[in-house]
Write a protein that binds this ligand. Structure first.
Ligand code: C5P
Length: 409
């Protein structure tokens, strides 16, 4: 869980996207947050307070004069307890009020009487969003330090298509987690490989392995939360691309190698640094079929079996580590015996400063893991945890080890 212990005041205003705020309340809790809902009067016409009360287990407030607050100071008490106020959906009307500092109801008052961050997820018809007044208000809110999440583009409840849709609850959760994450990798560009590779035998068959890609994808997500630009070269997996991560899909080890080298060779785009950290999480096939058949191999009779001959695949990690302009390289290892000695030897052989060994067997496909970090100074364990939590811990470890020259000023 990545919002552990955080107290979120979820403000719901009167737009049709209010129904999605119910799912957001649930997802916030699933991520470890405690959620207190405050609704505007108009919001209660779309979703009843009872829905949020049942989901959060907390009373829902909408009236500034609510007698349930002991000292009758709801506008101060509620925001004082919060680590952040998240207004989702934020209507054009609510944005306009907040941009002007108006406070004629409980939620707008809380947005003024706060010392915690304020985040807003705009949700409105595309013409309302693109109207110069709303754009002016959005700029004003940003200038006042308010974080705007979205809006998205796409189908709208009114039947039109365009910018103004509220971000989906799962995307909002990603943005909120990212908002709270320490920006230990700000200014860095992290390149990762993840998942298995697939080496063809013929057009319909091939050799692969059981890597799910979960650890590599969790790390890509954690790097992005930590403020890095992230490029993920992924073998064939069924995982969704983490929000904000650039993904390049490949099949074979050779394609993965070529994609990684192309990223390192590419002229950096304006304002985007070259990859300066490389994390090789992929379970890359050591060998490929020397001559894959162009047509499907046919079973001619019961006795004959095909003979496959293999050739070596390039070692992507070792190749990157050998480059004169090598980024800071992190390797992974899945050793079945004598983890510490074999891990240390592998670190030397690959020529990388940090090697991360999976402790125990059968990490493939699981949601948790246990890691042993091996560097020039020795070894350190990261105890068993979910892959997301481990990924966040590993990002901290990597950020601490980056040579001073690679740390942003
Ligand atoms: O040699 P071994 O496969 O055990 O090394 C594992 C590490 O090397 C992982 O970080 C993996 O992503 C990387 N690797 C690679 N290219 C290969 C084989 C492994 O980048 N051909």
């Amino acid at each position: 869980m990545t919002l552990d212990g955080k107290r979120i005041l979820l403000g719901v205003t009167g737009g049709v996207a209010a129904y999605k705020a119910a799912e957001l309340a649930r997802e916030l809790q699933r991520a470890g947050a405690r959620v207190q809902v405050v609704m505007t009067e108009a919001a209660t016409r779309f979703v009843t307070p009872a829905t949020f009360q049942a989901l959060t287990g907390e009373p829902v407030f909408s009236d500034q004069w609510d007698a349930r607050i002991d000292n009758n100071m709801a506008h101060i008490e509620l925001s004082r307890r919060a680590d952040a106020i998240v207004v989702a959906p934020a209507t054009a009307d609510f944005m306009a009020k907040a941009a002007q500092g108006l406070c004629d109801d409980l939620l707008s008052t809380l947005c003024l009487a706060r010392d915690c961050p304020l985040l807003m997820a705009p949700a409105m018809n595309r013409q309302m969003w693109s109207h110069p007044a709303t754009q002016r208000n959005a700029r004003q809110l940003a200038a006042d330090g308010v974080t705007l999440l979205g809006p998205d583009s796409g189908d709208q409840a009114c039947g039109e298509t365009g910018a103004g849709r509220m971000l989906e609850p799962l995307d909002l959760i990603e943005e909120i987690i990212a908002f709270f994450a320490p920006k230990r990798l700000a200014g860095h560009h992290v390149l990762l490989t993840a998942g298995p590779t697939f080496e063809p035998i013929d057009p319909v068959r091939g050799i692969t392995n059981l890597s799910s890609g979960k650890m590599g994808f969790a790390l890509a997500r954690a790097c992005r939360h930590a403020g890095a630009q992230v490029t993920l070269v992924a073998g064939p997996v069924t995982l969704a691309t983490p929000r904000g991560v650039a993904r390049i899909d490949v099949q074979t080890a050779q394609q993965m190698h070529d994609a990684v080298m192309a990223e390192l060779d590419a002229a950096p785009a304006a304002g985007a640094p070259r990859p300066d950290v490389f994390i090789a999480v992929a379970a890359v096939a050591d060998w490929r079929i020397a001559n894959p058949s162009r047509s499907k191999l046919k079973k001619t009779d019961e006795q004959s079996v095909p003979t496959l001959s293999f050739t070596q695949n390039p070692d992507i990690l070792a190749g990157v580590a050998r480059r004169a302009d090598a980024p800071y390289c992190v390797g992974f290892a899945a050793e079945s015996e004598d983890l510490e000695a074999n891990g240390a030897a592998k670190r030397q052989r690959k020529g990388v400063p940090l090697l991360v060994a999976n402790i125990g067997h059968a990490t493939f496909g699981r949601d948790d893991n246990e890691l042993l970090l091996i560097d020039a100074d020795g070894q350190r364990r990261l105890p068993r945890a979910g892959k997301n939590a481990l990924a966040a811990a590993l990002v901290e470890e990597i950020a601490r080890r980056l040579p001073v020259a690679r740390r942003p000023a």
